[in-house]
Write a protein that binds this ligand. Structure first.
Ligand code: PLP
Ligand code: COI
Length: 350
């Protein structure tokens, strides 16, 4: 296949939302009798599964979120996909599902991207191709036990910014009264159950005018955990750069990368440590939510104990630290800037 001969779809790339758009092809592999099939590229977006499937009743499923970007020179780049393969394998282990081997995971992701070349947003459009790998337990079952068959599916959709407002516009978060995950529960794994339990927190946050919920630790309700769809970053007034340490949050690929950039590029002292919110609130200069969908979304204000607390410049302006990190991360992800870490991986189209 030669990318130059494939016309891009006629979409309003600069104004895409974060919604499902049916693309041409998806990757589909199955596990049965202890082994994975090779996998195939199919056009049908529907799945027919047994009504007794453990993914439907007992939430035995997990997923990943990644993006592909078009670089200035036309290359198509993934960002640290091995870390998503590793995280899905860790989640699968926790949920007694068969691990998707890294080679199959990467093959599925690359084929789904390659076969939807026309849907990959062009360089400079501000949009990207979101990639959703999914692992679900299927087959006839009734009692509480792991499935005997599994589907690994990868589909893609071109997307714009995740939060309303988009790009680098300031968002707000509201501390929720609900817990997302128990200390020894599934918070650090990417399983749908964590998100189903969080829908009510996101809804309540939106009713308050915020974009997303902000979770405190569920043991003491004192320490910052994460947002409903992203990890948290803090630029402190003393010049340090902090991210909350917690066993109950998703190990974000974006966060792990930004911590490296804050240290190497901005020369900041970086710390991953517990953050007691009310004790440290007045020392936080800038806050941001980070993740694949969220990228780096600067947080202007948070709703906490019945009032708003604003950060940098009364929550009206994006602070310089998050601004610089946003630009640096995007430049690496889209191949504008040299990638000294080997984080990007090209998907060959021809
Ligand atoms: N936290 C939650 C709850 C998420 O859903 C996500 C998104 O994947 C993240 C954090 C960020 O993780 P990553 O940077 O790997 O996308
Ligand atoms: C991602 O950022 O990839 C996620 O999976 C978050 C999801 C709520 C869209």
């Amino acid at each position: 296949m030669n990318s130059l001969n494939i016309a891009k779809k006629d979409l309003d790339w600069a104004n895409l939302g974060f919604i499902y758009m049916k693309t041409d092809s998806r990757f589909h592999a199955t596990w049965e009798d202890g082994k994975w099939s090779e996998g195939e590229n199919i056009t049908d977006e529907m799945m027919v599964i047994h009504e007794g499937s453990p993914s439907l009743h007992y939430g035995q499923q997990c997923f990943e979120g990644m993006k592909a970007q078009t670089a200035e020179d036309g290359r198509v780049l993934l960002f640290r996909p091995e870390l998503n393969a590793e995280r899905m394998a860790n989640t699968a282990k926790r949920l007694l599902m068969p691990e998707v081997p890294e080679a199959l995971f990467l093959k599925g992701v690359e084929e789904a991207v390659r076969n939807n070349y026309a849907w990959i947003p062009p360089y400079g459009s501000g949009a990207s191709l979101y990639i959703r790998p999914l692992l679900i337990g299927i087959g006839e079952n009734l009692g509480l036990r792991p499935a005997t068959k599994y589907i690994f599916r990868v589909f893609v959709s071109p997307v714009g910014p995740y939060y309303k407002g988009g790009g680098l516009s300031l968002i707000s978060l509201a501390v929720t009264n609900y817990d997302r995950a128990a200390p020894l529960g599934t918070g650090k794994f990417k399983t749908g159950a964590n998100y189903a339990g969080g829908l009510i927190s996101t809804k309540s946050a939106q009713e308050l005018g915020a974009n997303e919920a902000l979770y405190l630790d569920s043991a003491e309700r004192k320490y910052l955990d994460e947002a409903g769809s992203a990890n948290i970053l803090l630029a402190m007034k003393d010049g340090s750069f902090v991210t909350p340490e917690s066993d109950a949050i998703l190990p974000s690929v974006t966060r792990r990368s930004i911590m490296v950039l804050a240290k190497d590029d901005l020369g900041m002292k970086t710390e991953e440590r517990p953050v007691e919110l009310m004790k440290e609130l007045s020392n936080i200069e800038e806050m941001a939510a980070c993740g694949t969908a969220a990228v780096i979304s600067p947080v202007g204000k948070i709703w906490v104990y019945d009032k708003w607390h604003a950060f940098h410049k009364d929550g009206e302006e994006v602070g310089p630290v998050m601004l610089k990190l946003y630009q640096t991360l995007l430049d690496i992800q889209s191949g504008v800037r040299e990638d000294p870490y080997g984080w990007t991986r090209e998907v060959r189209i021809d």
